[in-house]
Design a protein around this ligand. Structure first.
Ligand code: SF4
Ligand code: SF4
Length: 187
């Protein structure tokens, strides 16, 4: 693996694990107790179709044709889940948020991977790269600033959850995070 890709994957993994920590915090962790999980093998398949995600999780051999990555205790992937797995929150999540800013912040957390895996113009997505060779040849420089913006947003949200502060600069930084069209109006 080339150095630029290796470095990108390390920071992407840091982002994903940080997001998971925020999603699993008290008040956001409904999925852990859910009796009707919305995981679907159609979504899991993205995790084996994408050479990028395969490099992140390195668990392709755990994919099952019928169950995908879902086991009796939840998803077996610690990292490298398709971004859609984080982007969707059912209405219950928004119902349990204390106010509108918390609901907005939750949507932004879910979008951090989506944002980081699209180049600065939004023209190229790492999900669309279908071969390892293409991935190795890809110029990752246009993805650097979206990844940095997602990591910065992660830090802002950590502080917001800790002490409720969200300065005007923080709000501007959060607004930079692109949310996929299909998830923009859920709240
Ligand atoms: S998003 Fe909602 S329906 Fe899906 S697993 Fe979480 S709590 Fe269950
Ligand atoms: S969270 Fe895991 S099991 Fe659920 S849809 Fe995503 S990859 Fe599949």
């Amino acid at each position: 693996m080339n150095d630029a890709l290796k470095s990108y994957i390390e920071r992407y993994t840091e982002l994903e694990l940080g997001m998971r920590e925020l999603i699993n915090r008290k008040g956001n962790s409904l999925c852990a107790q859910c009796s009707c999980v919305c995981c679907d093998v159609v979504m899991c398949v993205e995790g084996v179709k994408s050479p990028f995600l395969k490099l992140v999780h390195q668990q392709t051999d755990e994919f099952d044709e019928k169950k995908g990555f879902l086991s009796a205790t939840g998803c077996v992937l610690e990292k490298g889940r398709p971004s859609v797995c984080y982007e969707y929150f059912c209405d219950d999540h928004f119902y349990h948020q204390p106010d509108e800013p918390h609901a907005e912040v939750l949507k932004i957390i879910g979008a951090l991977l989506y944002h980081a895996t699209r180049d600065v113009e939004g023209d190229v997505s790492l999900d669309e790269i279908t071969t390892r060779e293409e991935l190795e040849r890809l110029d990752l420089r246009p993805f650097e600033s979206p990844l940095r913006e997602s990591l910065r947003a992660l830090e802002i949200i950590r502080v917001f959850y800790r002490d409720g502060s969200l300065s005007a600069d923080d709000q501007t930084a959060l607004k930079r995070i692109r949310i996929a069209k299909e998830f923009q109006s859920e709240s």
